[in-house]
Design a protein around this ligand. Structure first.
Ligand SMILES: Cc1cc2nc3c(=O)[nH]c(=O)nc-3n(C[C@H](O)[C@H](O)[C@H](O)COP(=O)(O)O)c2cc1C
Length: 189
């Protein structure tokens, strides 16, 4: 498979189909090396990653459930179960964030785009290494209480959580991609 075909085959793997083992430290280092090839105006490196592995996943799971209840004490039990179980299913969760600086040349949106581009590179890196991954957000990722517990600084914005692991044999095959919306057009002035 050439590089182009390999990237075309990337798909997100739902967390319930991610299993052990996750990437080891050398694979992680290589994946981050690729992630950080993202375009980055002003070389601000506006990204930060927190790896949540092993026993820390239980603490993260408790954090998500605790914060969901703090936001809404009537959160339905199935929703709480989902929040509780998800971090325990995948061997690795990466909290993605953007570190935003005041910069005369690089507005916040560009820093967010750079951090988002790096996250996409990270998804591709895991895919090329043969792992499955998915980028999820939801109310937890915009909850200041979650950000604070993760150690985010005031100028840091959580961008979501990437779940990573080995793709289980039960994972469904890739869905056919939807027909392309007419999102490319020729501009002739
Ligand atoms: C910033 C961002 C946040 C996302 N958050 C969620 C989410 O909370 N829940 C969800 O089901 N999919 C979410 N997705 C979509 C999935 O990551 C994934 O792209 C989608 O399931 C389509 O799969 P594909 O990547 O194979 O096309 C998010 C995607 C992005 C880029």
């Amino acid at each position: 498979m050439n590089n182009f075909d390999a990237l075309l085959a990337r798909r997100s793997i739902p967390v319930q189909y991610l299993t052990d083992p996750g990437p080891d430290d050398a694979q992680l280092a290589a994946a981050f090396e690729l992630a950080l090839r993202a375009p980055d105006h002003g070389r601000l490196q506006p990204w930060h990653y927190r790896l949540i592995r092993g026993a820390a996943r239980t603490k993260f799971s408790e954090l998500l459930v605790g914060r969901a209840l703090a936001r809404d004490p009537a959160t339905p039990a199935p929703q709480l179960d989902k929040l509780r179980n998800r971090p325990l299913q995948a061997p690795l969760v990466i909290a993605l964030s953007a570190v935003l600086r005041q910069d005369p040349k690089v507005p916040e949106i560009e820093q967010l785009l750079a951090a988002g581009s790096a996250a996409m590179n990270l998804l591709n890196a895991f895919h090329l290494q043969g792992f499955g991954a998915i980028w999820l957000t939801g109310p937890s990722s915009s909850d200041p209480g979650v950000a604070a517990a993760l150690g985010c600084q005031p100028n840091e914005r959580l961008l979501g959580f990437m779940y990573v692991g080995t793709i289980s044999a039960q994972a469904p095959p890739a869905l056919a991609r939807v027909a392309r919306a007419p999102f490319v057009e020729e501009w002739r002035g």
